[in-house]
Write a protein that binds this ligand. Structure first.
Ligand code: FES
Length: 123
């Protein structure tokens, strides 16, 4: 089984909300590179995406932590306003309509939200 890396507690993310994290990914070269991700919650399900807009590869949050529209219905890129479903990561309107945010494998383990399937660098 792949190693689990704890990101946060499930209770730290409210329903229909998103939180951003910057993890450090261990590259094959041995270098550690920043890896910004977004974790969203819909009911009791959690979804993870790389924080990188498929349109121009920029972070969605032009202002730190601002990933969502004001009503909390969808993720939104702060630059050119592409809008993404919080569970599928599909862009349903905007310059990259039909494209998807890159998903991240999450596992819920004893109340923790964990990322798996990647190697993170030791901090
Ligand atoms: S960079 Fe996100 S919509 Fe253009």
């Amino acid at each position: 089984m792949d190693e689990l890396f704890v990101i946060c507690r499930t209770v730290e993310i409210d329903d229909a909300q998103a939180h951003g994290f910057v993890l450090m990914k261990a590259e094959e070269s041995g270098e550690a590179t920043p890896w910004p991700i977004i974790v969203t919650r819909k009911g009791n399900n959690f979804y993870g995406f790389e924080n990188s807009c498929p349109h121009e590869g920029l972070r969605l949050d032009k202002d730190p932590g601002a990933f969502m529209d004001e009503e909390g219905n969808f993720l939104e890129c702060g630059r050119h306003h592409a809008q993404f479903d919080i569970d599928t990561g599909e862009c349903f309107i905007g310059p990259c309509q039909g494209a998807h945010l890159t998903p991240i494998k999450l596992v819920i383990d004893d109340g923790d939200v964990c990322v798996t399937g990647v190697m993170l660098a030791d901090e």
